[in-house]
Design a protein around this ligand. Sequence first.
Ligand code: ADP
Ligand code: MG
Length: 695
Amino acid sequence: MRPAILFPLFADIRTLSGVGPKLEKLIAKVAGPRLVDLVFDLPVGVIDRSYRPKIAAAEPGRIATLEVNVLDHLPARVKSQPYKVRVSDDTAVMELVFFRALPDYLNNILPLGSKRLISGKVEKFKERWQMAHPDYVVAPKDIASFPLHEPVYGLTEGLAPKSLAKAVRGALEKVPAMPEWQDAAFIKQRRWPRFGEALATAHGPAHEADLSPATPARERLAFDELLANQLALLLIRERMRGSKGRAVAGTGELKAKAIAALPFALTDAQLTVLAEIEKDMASDRRMLRLLQGDVGSGKTVVALLAMLDAVEAGLQAALMAPTELLVRQHLASLEPYAAAAGVRLAALTGRERGPQRDATLAALAAGEIDILIGTHALFSEDVSFRDLGLAVVDEQHRFGVHQRMKLQSKGRPADVLVMTATPIPRTLALTAYGDMDVSRITGRPPGRKPVETRVMSAARLDDLITHLRVALNRGARAYWVCPLVEESEKIDLAAAEDRAAMLKQALGSAIRVGRVHGKMKAAERDAAMSAFKAGETQLLVATTVIEVGVDVPEATIMVVEHAERFGLAQLHQLRGRVGRGQGKSSCMLVYHGALGETAKARLQTMRDTDDGFVIAEEDLRLRGPGEMLGKRQSGDEAFRLADPAAHADLLAVAHDDARLILARDPELKTPRGEALRVLLYLFGRDEAVRYLRTG
Ligand code: ADP
Ligand code: MG
């Protein structure tokens, strides 16, 4: 249960005075539905109104606060004209310009002959001083209420800056005095303010510098969030490890047979990570390991060998992939080696139904299937293994912590190996996967040639198609990616269809064009993929469903349209689809319209490097972590106060701190432990608190 002290913060924003249903909706959109969301919505800018020149000395274009006398009103003669009010000080006259303003209102706030403090952007047109729609008009007696420094928050259409700022102020007033959950000595050493004070400071910037992630207030808040995150991950990890694992040691017999059947030698990197995995499996602790390896680094074969390890020990293994397509692909690529080793494989996806499914489930329960490959259908209630020893989860970024947990609860504690091709920077790996040990495959299998990458404007599409036609007629195979870019999937699919039709026509009847997209039935999609794999079609026009894991070594050309709309990690994934075989490969990144600075920098990065980790770091730098680890990609919550790129050092400290805390106070029962429970709830890590035995 959430502690009572947090109740005020978790109240709905509509409980704030002045927030009605309409405003509530808008605020919920930018911040969230509760007060805590508002107080965690830190300013993104600051308006400095402390510049107080005389009119004649004011710098045009700058926000200034002026003390003026109201000279006269010049109402608009026609409706389309603005209403003007002339004001002055002892240096010059200035016109205040109002469009569509009500005269009564203006007479009320700017009565003739009165003294007023006004604030807004000063402009000068041909020696005439002007200010359009002053942000503030204040009578001298109300000067105390005038904000010389105003925080600026992220907005959405229809949400007035002042309304949001007022709501945030209201929410801040409700922040209760909290117990200190951080180590007192540490706080002192860092000279960090207390939580409430840090919030107030972070929301009251006076200068740009106050918005920096490196201010004591922002650092403190970031550290709170990071610590909550790390504690939660550790608690989940402890819980997963709570039940003892078992020692799974293979004989090496099946592995030797499979390795003998491989058409290549394992790389040193593959051997190293395999050794790490085997060591984990052989220990009686439960394995919880993340295998990171760039696209095409050869993770699948490592997974196979680890699974054979379990089979040798008389147990079963499962390989879970995010899509039907990938399940089929894994099945096809692992089959020959499984056959060589005399191991029985089967698939289980949403497509297996009726008697066939029943037969598979029966065989699984009887132990007649050694390795089961499937989608999340593996989680179904009625799936039971005779004895599952190892669960491998491929392309992890599609699944969240909760799904990982679910796999855990299947039968006896199985070892878990999670594979991801998304090159997650170290800093992020710690936040998202802090609960796992990490193995990395560095480098790629030998013989890979770099993919030549070109960035080009869609204006040159005709040239591109001409080259493509020549290459395809010579027997090349190519992908053409039309991403989902519009709000409406329907429009996108129509665009992709149009493109396919256009290409078909432009390439001539000798070239067969296939299509795959996310809306297709799994069977259709698989058919399209296998036709491409078999060379029956030479060009595959796709939406991004080919992003993850598809392996067609003969494909050497990748065209990505609207490349400017992709994240770097995604582009890297797409490019990784080519350069897998003998042929020289190329990747064309086609942009539409004019490129902005950031987009230019990103595409340049793609051209300059093919190192997934460099690309990921760059992506993080250019895009911020929100998107990289946003809900969509990670399945886990993104950060609100911490910026894993800027606070990387704090992240490492939080990680160590969390370990230390749980080593000393595993149940969080000391006074500080109690305060840390509040922290966990504050950041919505309720789940983790439940794992404490005395909750
Ligand atoms: P990913 O890590 O992206 O899942 P895969 O496991 O699909 O990569 O491997 C990509 C390709 O590289 C596959 O065709 C695989 O057979 C091949 N491969 C894997 N290991 C090696 C190796 N040691 N030498 C040569 N080719 C390899
Ligand atoms: Mg793979």
